[in-house]
Design a binder for this molecule. Structure first.
Ligand code: SF4
Ligand code: SF4
Length: 382
């Protein structure tokens, strides 16, 4: 009989260095000990989700002290460590520095891996994508340790253990996937294929301070007081759904993850602190049955698409006209353009061209973009 997936939950109520260290060691012990995941001399790449170089207080990335505690455990078994991520926008090293990782990595003599150059890896078992361009630093490692943040996401509702590996694809290559896979289901199939190719040895999630609301960059910090550990990303993200009272059937990465054999959303053995202690029924996450994209057939064209599909929307009073949203929009031609020659007014959307990838909402530095479900969309999906 197939063994159940194990997810370990460990209480940790703040980012005090000693407390985080103890909690990480406890979690690693609960899932079998760090020695299971690395041997002396093996090249282990630690990959925190560094979406962008924001201050740790904003809860966009796992806290650098969680990274430090995990790196410490792997150093103790003699692993040869590197770290890195490819952010949604900008330079990988610069973002790692601004998000607080570089200082710790330098202290611990952990080099930043090559996240600029790519190598093509074939993925013969991929159900949707049979080759990926992967960061050279990831390809050069013997094993990957994935550190995600418990937070919301406009396209995939939560961004967790499975989605973190998207940052193993360097720079602009990520945007190409958004333009060729313009709905949550297709995008999730790609993410699951990517995980099946990379097979991280261990998934750890920082949920000590989570992000709710307008994630993954502009939501509000929310204390969840928990660290999660698993070798099964589907199981880990499913437990997160339980913690935030989100139906896992609405999370396409979990539905596809089970279907493609990446893991289980059902046969889960939760160990450590009681799961009931961490459930927050009022966590602000999108629980609407309405698709986050335009994937359903008759809603995907013409009038219905225009008047029922969720859409990114700019709050003009908050927008600083920085232009990030225009730069990151992967649609061709762009679905966001400047309203005036001098770029003083907020950009404007052409929703007929918009593929609902929400990269603009994700990367806006000012929390000026939110996702609005038109009234017709709310009525249809009631
Ligand atoms: S990214 Fe945000 S602040 Fe910058 S132009 Fe777009 S909406 Fe305005
Ligand atoms: S306007 Fe925003 S949601 Fe639409 S395609 Fe461009 S980045 Fe994606």
């Amino acid at each position: 009989m197939k063994e159940k997936a194990t997810v370990a939950l460990v209480r940790c109520e703040n980012y005090n260095q000693e407390e985080v260290l103890v909690a990480v060691e406890k979690g690693l012990t609960l899932i079998g000990g760090v020695g299971q995941f690395a041997k002396k001399g093996e090249k282990i790449l630690i990959k925190p989700n560094i979406l962008v170089g924001d201050n740790p207080d904003r809860c966009v990335s796992p806290h650098p002290l969680v990274f430090k505690a995990i790196a410490n455990a792997f150093k103790n078994v003699g692993a040869n460590l590197s770290y890195g991520d490819s952010p949604g926008f900008g330079n990988p090293r610069g973002n790692a520095r601004k998000a607080g990782f570089q200082e710790i990595a330098d202290e611990m003599e952990i080099p930043f891996a090559d996240f600029e150059n790519a190598v093509t890896l074939s993925n013969p078992d991929g159900k949707l994508v049979n080759k990926f361009e992967i960061a050279q630093g990831v390809a050069d490692s013997d094993g990957l340790v994935s550190i995600s943040k418990l937070k919301t996401h406009a396209l995939t509702r939560i961004t967790g253990a499975i989605k973190n590996q998207f940052g193993c694809i360097p720079g602009p290559r990520k945007a190409e996937f958004h333009s060729v896979l313009p709905n949550a289901l297709q995008f999730s199939k790609m993410l699951v294929d990517l995980n099946l190719l990379l097979k991280p040895r261990l998934y750890i999630m920082d949920g000590i301070m989570a992000m709710e609301g307008n994630g993954p960059r502009n939501g509000n910090p929310r204390a969840m007081n928990v660290l999660l550990f698993s070798t099964d990303p589907v199981a880990l993200d499913s437990v997160v759904c339980k913690l935030v009272d989100l139906n896992p059937k609405l999370v396409e990465t979990l539905v596809v993850g089970e279907e493609f054999g990446l893991g289980t959303a059902h046969d889960i053995n939760i160990v450590g602190d009681p799961v009931e202690d961490f459930i927050n029924l009022d966590f602000d996450v999108n629980r609407s049955p309405a698709s986050t994209t335009t994937s359903t057939s008759f809603l995907s064209t013409g009038f219905m698409r225009r008047y029922s599909a969720p859409r990114p929307t700019i709050k003009p009073e908050v927008c600083t006209s920085c232009g990030t949203c225009v730069k990151v929009c992967p649609a061709e031609p762009k679905a966001l353009t400047w309203a005036d020659e001098n770029h003083k007014k907020p950009p404007i959307y052409d929703y007929a061209k918009c593929i609902r990838c929400y990269c603009c909402q994700e990367m806006c530095p000012e929390n000026a973009i939110f996702v609005k479900i038109p009234l017709l969309g709310k009525i249809i999906h009631r």
